[in-house]
Ligand binder design. Structure first.
Ligand code: G3P
Ligand code: MG
Length: 246
């Protein structure tokens, strides 16, 4: 169990790696996060036209590469031709959009991975994800999150061993969030940080849920989340949080 929700120190979860200091969702970004002391990294996945899971936030490659196009209409071969680092800084020229399998292979086994599913549900998606998690022995060191709780529900039906986390942004009445978990064995809640306070964190934890708010970058907000007893904190600046926690 690499989750330390029973201690006072939250997990440092690098958002898209260390997106504040490297091109998001690249191996360079994930490796930087780990070097900075992140316990975990968050990343976003989409399914390609040829059924592979690739790591990218947007539905298109337009913003974070030198190419154009919708990921679900592109093959891995087409995606791999694109440069995913140069848009951020010349120093990162040559970075590629990684396959999820490449991230699993590259990161140490004790680094937790939070895979956020950005695309809708499909049998292809859940089949490939379940296959990769089992194949890389990552079932117990990965939590799959999504704003689409239906995607998570169906994933869980297919493979109950997958850990799932509910993403949400609205200032939902906390009881409704917890009630929603009733039909499903949920591992963690991933609220937008403005949507929760210390009582929400405590209540969720009483229900056995970890609480991983996103995306917290300001020192004052990081301190508040630490004081609120969050189980983990998703940040673009893992080094900042690491320095704070000592
Ligand atoms: O998983 C937390 C966070 O990444 C959700 O929002 O848009 O940054 O993927 P977004
Ligand atoms: Mg994300």
């Amino acid at each position: 169990e690499n989750c330390n929700e029973q201690t006072l120190r939250p997990l440092i979860i690098g958002h898209r790696g260390a997106a504040g200091e490297a091109p998001e969702n690249t191996l360079a970004s994930f490796e930087l996060a780990v070097r900075q002391g992140a316990d975990a990294v968050e990343l976003d996945v989409h399914l390609t036209a040829d059924g592979e899971l690739v790591v990218c936030h947007d539905h298109t490659v337009n913003r974070t590469t030198d190419g154009q196009g919708r990921i679900d209409q592109m093959t891995v071969e087409q995606i791999k031709r694109l440069d995913a680092g140069r848009w951020y800084d010349e120093r990162f020229r040559g970075e590629r959009i990684p396959l999820l399998s490449e991230v699993f292979a590259a990161l140490p086994a004790n680094v937790m991975i939070n895979v956020e599913v950005k695309c809708g549900y499909s049998d292809k998606l859940s089949g490939r994800l379940a296959e990769l998690l089992a194949g890389f022995g990552r079932l117990e060191t990965t939590v799959v999150s999504s704003f689409s709780h239906k995607v998570l529900y169906r994933l869980k039906q297919r493979e109950p061993a997958i850990r799932v986390g509910l993403l949400y942004v609205a200032d939902l009445v906390r009881h409704s969030v917890l009630a929603e978990t009733a039909g499903m064995d949920v591992y963690s809640l991933h609220p937008q940080y403005q949507a929760i306070g210390p009582e929400d964190v405590a209540e969720a934890q009483r229900h056995g849920l970890r609480v991983y708010p996103f995306t917290i970058n300001e020192p004052e907000h990081l301190r508040q989340a630490v004081q609120a007893g969050c189980s983990g904190i998703i940040t673009d600046f893992p080094a900042r949080l690491k320095a704070m926690l000592g």
